[in-house]
Design a binder for this molecule. Structure first.
Ligand code: NAD
Length: 419
């Protein structure tokens, strides 16, 4: 039985096969690199507000423990399944290695629509999920973080639940906590900041002036909203945005601060404007300088890739581009500058790493220190990806993944095979 069987896991497998061929990794050594170390599935029963009982399924996949603890986000999504979680865990491994972080990748979550829960129910699911995970996680074993459908508050509940069982505060068990509960300054904005920082590097290479450039952002949660805000601040015109409730487009530029105020108040984009409402299926293929998918995986299919009219594709989300779309992009006459997900959204895990380090040392940094270190790490990774891509004439994604896979492979070879 293949517990991972799913199109998203196939995508991780296919991406890995391209890299394994490129790196000449022998067939018999490939599974050790690709297949997850552990996959955990748990039941999370809770009381609903009406007194009834309901059971949600929780997952956690730890990809490899070769370079230190595993690290990765926790996703709440209605149709979450083991294959999706495993694919995301694998991508985290290559991402951490590319950024030079001492982690393997992990991912987890609960198959639940977070928007359908009251705050009390969300807390109950979160505390129960962490309770079930206690035997398998720890600050030196596996460290969780936010992802789609979870946030700082959920991380605070995880930390509190874990700490209650340990009889002491263990803030390093999760990252992405609120600053007043052991978090680090700059974590909430880190992923979006990284997306915009790297987009700036791409614009430099293409000779695009950020002020007056145009951008479209899909997803208006943590990554999408911070990205849109940072683009707007630097003078880039955000002409399209969407979330799961609404989509807006205005070629003259949307009022980003007003959109942020609206989502702050209502939680979602729905209800912002009826005049600017737009067909979400058409959003990604509108002409713009920067396209940022920052919602979910597999939204850029082969079909859409052929129709894209952006100059830069900045992958804020994990796995937004299918392998078929990649082949289309690589064959296009007018090249699109792809900033692959494991580079583009690495800002989140980089600052999560900073938060973990600060928590272990109980020594906290200032915002400029966090920003400066983040920019330096992203810069190093960006340069490495560009250099290898130019040296070997391979796409940016191949270059980025190869750097990650190669580092994990080297560590495994050096440590040997136990017992
Ligand atoms: P989030 O839950 O804060 O936001 C997700 C957003 O996507 C919401 O605005 C939601 O409405 C929107 N969305 C969902 N379905 C949609 C659809 N069909 N069309 C348009 N929008 C839709 O999640 P997030 O943390 O911002 O994560 C977004 C993506 O970025 C995910 O792929 C996640 O894995 C990735 N990511 C997040 C982080 C992080 O630090 N949060 C780090 C790296 C990567």
């Amino acid at each position: 039985m293949d517990i991972y069987a799913s199109p998203f896991f196939d995508q991780a497998r296919e991406n890995f096969a391209v890299i394994a061929d490129y790196l000449d990794i022998p067939e018999h050594k490939r599974d050790r690199l690709l297949m997850p170390k552990r996959a955990i599935m748990v039941s999370c029963p809770i009381h609903r507000d009406d007194g009834s009982e309901v059971v949600f399924t929780g997952f956690r996949v730890q990809h490899h423990l070769t370079m230190g603890p595993t690290k990765g986000g926790t996703r709440y999504a209605k149709d979450l399944h083991m294959g999706e979680v495993a694919a995301l865990a694998i991508a985290m491994s290559w991402k951490c290695a590319l950024a030079g972080l001492p982690y393997g990748g992990a991912k987890g979550g609960v198959a639940v629509d977070p928007y359908s829960l009251s705050r009390r129910e969300l807390e109950a699911v979160s505390r129960r999920y962490m309770t079930e995970m206690i035997p398998f996680v720890g600050p030196k074993t596996d460290v969780m973080a936010p992802d789609m459908g979870t946030n700082e508050q959920v991380m605070a509940w995880y930390m509190d639940t874990y700490s209650m069982y340990q009889g002491q505060t263990v803030s390093e068990i999760v990252t992405g906590k609120p600053v007043h509960a052991g978090g680090t300054v700059g974590r909430r904005e880190a992923t979006g900041h990284g997306v915009v920082h790297l987009t700036g590097r791409a614009m430099e290479r293409l000779g695009i002036n950020p002020s007056g450039a145009t951008a479209i952002v899909q997803g208006f949660g943590n990554v999408g909203s911070v990205t849109a805000a940072a683009l707007h601040r630097q003078g880039t015109k955000v002409i399209g945005v969407s979330d799961h409730t609404a989509c807006y487009f205005d070629r003259r530029g949307l009022d980003v601060p007003a959109l942020l105020r609206h989502t702050e108040e209502h939680g979602v984009l729905r209800g912002f404007s009826s005049e600017l409402a737009y067909d979400p299926a058409q959003l990604l293929v509108q002409s713009c300088d920067i396209l940022v998918p920052a919602a979910m995986e597999r939204v850029i299919t082969g079909d859409i890739a052929a129709k894209l009219q952006c100059r830069i594709l900045a992958e804020g989300a994990n796995g937004p581009t299918t392998p078929e779309a990649d082949r289309v992009l690589n064959a296009r006459k007018v090249e699109i500058f792809v900033i692959p997900d494991i580079l583009c959204n690495a800002g989140g895990v980089v600052v999560s790493y900073f938060e973990w380090v600060q928590g272990l040392q109980q020594l906290f940094w200032t915002e400029p220190e966090v920003r400066d270190r983040l920019n330096r790490l992203l810069e190093r990774a960006f340069q490495a990806v560009m250099t290898r891509s130019e040296r070997d004439g391979v796409p940016h994604r191949t270059s980025a993944l190869a750097i990650g896979v190669e580092k994990v492979q080297k560590a495994k070879i050096t440590r040997g095979l136990f017992p």
